[in-house]
Every structure is written in C-alpha cells, then in structure tokens.
Design a protein around this ligand. Structure first.
Ligand code: B1M
Length: 212
C-alpha cells in the first residue's frame, strides 16, 4: 500500500501519531505538501464524512479523525504557507455562527497567508456583527465566510445584509466557501464569489486586489 493511502487510512482510524509519522515520512520521501494534503489527509476525511453519513461511524470517530487531520496539517502548515511577498491585501475570515467546522477555513487562511495576504482569522461560530465590525476595524478589502452545515448557510446572507446596512456592500468583497455552498447560492444571497478551495480563494482575492 502506498504512503498516501496509508496516511488516508490512518486518518480514517483517528490515529494522530501515525498520521504525523506518515506525513513526516511522505515529506522525507520528497513528496510535495499539496498531494500529501489532497491525496492523504483530505481523501481520508472525505471517507470519514461518507461513512458518518451512512451511519457506519459516529461523532466521536469524526472528532478523532479531525484531531488526526490537525496532526498532519500542523506539519504541512509552514510548507503550504511558504513565505509570500506581502501584497497589502487584508482579509477577515471565519466560520459562521452556529458552525464549528474549522478545518477547511483554516486551510483557506493558510493559503491566503501563503500568498502574502494579511488574514484576520475570527475563528468559528462567528456572529454577523463580528465579521462586519472586524472588517471595519481592520480596513479589510475582503470578508471570507465558511459554512459546512446547510443550517448555517443562511447566516452568510445575514452578513451580506449587515454589510448593506453599514454601507460596506460593494466596497468590501464578500466571498463564501464550504462543502454545501455553490456559485448559485453565492449569487442568490448577494455575495461576490463562491470559492471551492483555498487555491481558488487566493486567485479570487488576488483578482479583487488587482495582483493576480
Ligand atoms: Co461535521 N458534518 N458535524 N463535524 N463533519 C459534516 C459537514 C457533514 C457533511 C457530515 C455528513 O453528514 N456527511 C454533516 C453536515 C450535513 C449538512 O448540513 N448537509 C455534518 C454534521 C451533520 C455535523 C453535526 C451536526 C453532527 C452532530 O452533532 N450530530 C455537528 C455540527 C456541529 C456544529 O458545527 N455546530 C458536526 C460536528 C463535527 C465535528 C466537530 C466532529 C468535526 C469538525 C471538527 C473541526 O472542524 N474542527 C466534523 C467533521 C470533521 C466533519 C466532516 C467529516 C469533515 C469536514 C472537514 O473538515 N473536511 C464533514 C463531512 C465532509 O465534509 N465530507 C462533516 C475537510 C476540509 C478540508 O474540507 O471543510 O469542505 P472543507 O473545506 C474545503 C472546501 O469546502 C473549501 O476549502 C476547503 C479546503 O479545500 N472551503 C472554503 C471551506 N471553507 C471555505 C471558505 C472559503 C473558500 C473555500 O472562503 C472564505
């Protein structure tokens, strides 16, 4: 079995030590961080999600898998974020209120920082007011919102509406992402863009800043 398949399987089994060890081995073998992330860690997490949905595993198993994901991610983080030249752009990012999923949002923040952007990470379970206040306080050009639950997606619309109320709409670009999101939903709520992953978010933000 190849290294990345073993990595994926260790993550599925929630074995954080083994995930860290195999991530180190993959790096030592000369593999680039992106395939380790995509074909090892994210591939494993996708299987976990499918098995959770099929009721083959339960919430504690998903929590262990998330912990194992971070064991690998922590090692990849500095490599994924390889020093970019600061572009002067500032992004406020967070997972919306009611939603505790932060792995994808953290990955997007890593990619944006790696591209030289300043990222103000508000964490998870972020209220609309905090997104808007932080954007105003830091003079951000972009607000990035993440949601993994269909039940928390509507919070994004509340952020968009609050931006309209506060006169930020059209001045600050609003980007959204997360597994249940789509370009159509982004349009429907009045967001500027839907981004399917961190690399795509970097492209979109750089386009807005005129640095692509
Ligand atoms: Co939960 N969970 N979870 N979960 N969880 C999902 C999302 C689910 C799809 C599982 C399933 O049923 N198959 C399902 C949602 C169903 C739905 O709403 N349609 C679900 C559920 C139901 C729940 C609970 C309600 C379970 C319960 O309590 N009964 C509960 C909710 C808690 C809450 O938030 N209030 C819950 C809890 C949890 C844990 C805490 C155990 C854990 C999260 C730990 C953590 O994040 N620290 C967890 C996990 C790990 C998952 C799955 C298995 C994996 C999510 C993940 O990290 N993926 C997930 C199933 C799945 O997605 N396949 C599931 C890896 C990550 C790299 O991908 O987050 O998609 P992702 O991010 C991607 C892109 O989406 C994009 O870029 C990222 C990098 O490629 N992206 C952006 C994300 N945000 C972006 C923002 C951008 C741009 C791109 O710009 C701003």
């Amino acid at each position: 079995m190849d290294l990345l398949t073993r990595l994926s399987e260790s993550l599925q089994g929630g074995d954080a030590d083994q995930v860290a060890e195999l991530t180190r081995q993959a790096l030592a073998a000369g593999l680039a961080p992106k395939p380790i992330l995509d074909q090892g860690l994210i591939a494993g997490m996708t299987v976990v999600g499918d098995r959770f949905k099929a009721h083959e595993i339960f919430l504690p198993d998903v929590l262990l898998a998330a912990k194992a994901m971070y064991a690998g991610l922590d090692l990849l983080r500095p490599l994924l974020a390889k020093a970019g030249v600061a572009t002067g752009g500032r992004v406020v990012i967070g997972t919306v209120r009611g939603d505790l999923h932060d792995i994808g949002k953290n990955l997007v923040a890593i990619m944006l920082r790696g591209a030289g952007l300043e990222v103000i990470d508000l964490g998870k379970d972020v209220a609309p007011e905090r997104f808007v206040a932080a954007a105003q306080e830091h003079g951000a050009q972009v607000i990035g919102m993440s949601a993994l639950l269909t039940t928390t997606m509507p919070v994004m619309r509340q952020v968009v509406d609050l931006c309209r109320e506060r006169g930020l709409y059209g001045k600050v670009k609003l980007i959204v992402g997360g597994a249940p999101l789509s370009a159509e939903y982004a349009r429907e709520i009045g967001a500027d863009a839907y981004c399917f992953d961190g690399v795509n978010a970097v492209d979109v933000v750089k386009r807005y800043l005129g640095t692509a």
